[in-house]
Design a protein around this ligand. Sequence first.
Ligand SMILES: *Cc1c(COP(=O)(O)O)cnc(C)c1O
Length: 347
Amino acid sequence: MFNIENLVRENIRNLSPYSSARDEYKGEAGIFLDANENSFGSASDELHNRYPDPLALELKAQLGLIKDVKASQIFLGNGSDEAIDLLFRIFCNPAKDNVIILPPTYGMYSVSAHINDVKVINVNLKADFILDVDGILNAINENTKLIFLCCPNNPSGTSFKEGEMKTILKNFNGIVVLDEAYIDYSSSKSFISELGNYPNLVILQTFSKAWGMANLRLGIAYASKTIIGLLNKVKSPYNINGLTQQLALKALNNKDRVKTWIDIIIIEREKLIIELLKLPFVIKVYPSEANFILVKMRESGKMYDYLIANKIIVRDRSNVILCEGCLRITIGTEKENSGLIKILKQF
Ligand SMILES: *Cc1c(COP(=O)(O)O)cnc(C)c1O
């Protein structure tokens, strides 16, 4: 049985969190002499002298409306990376617990594990980046606290079967972290609507990709109210700065623009796949549900250097398991993509 209380580290369960001035008094009008701020103003041209809302409640309310989820089920972090790190700190006892990751996948899961001195159990994906459900379930032991599923997966761009992800959610009494950084480009729908069915589900999304706000460093976790409460308890008090909160609110007003970009990127992705398959040195292009594609080619190392010499930077994934000979290429603008194809044809 999934029991969140037993899963949380004892020191976190017993923690009394820091209480900030803005936690204790939340009103807007008045003479504020509670937080040792500079009441005169800011050294910069714009005013930044007041601490921001520690829980970014206005932003969560707006995001909640768009994503059809309660604000109390949203955590905001300094990038998805902060949410990943906090999950380790909440659930994994250093030098004792372990987590399961499914290579090839996003590098931060294992880096964050090692920073927190948590053991990583690798259960590789099968050929064509399919989940090894039995392998995953067999790898779970009493110290396994987190399983990371990245769907669509980075660097493969492929998605997992919904039913297989649900099998893992149902048969694991720890936390399943489902990273949906690329869900906007996928034909399958987000698991946000499944949160009520799986108390052990944490979904990660981000402002860094479809929203085009990577510079802000704003990541999102969606989960039960209980898990969100734990994340808020452990995070640093003002982890999302006020400028980021303002700019993200502005971005949420422009979701039509984001939708247009998503549509164009998907069209461009399919166009690029067709063009790449015409090239004699391309062995395989994996089907993609993301804003990038993984391309297997002859002489990928040489090709990587050749592209750099032509001022085109892609990601060399040749040394990653199951990705031998593969480059990962982000879908750019129409002009960038045709520029890439033009240079590739001259190889
Ligand atoms: C890009 C990416 C993210 C986003 O990370 P941020 O810290 O929010 O910028 C998360 N997960 C995966 C798999 C990614 O590729």
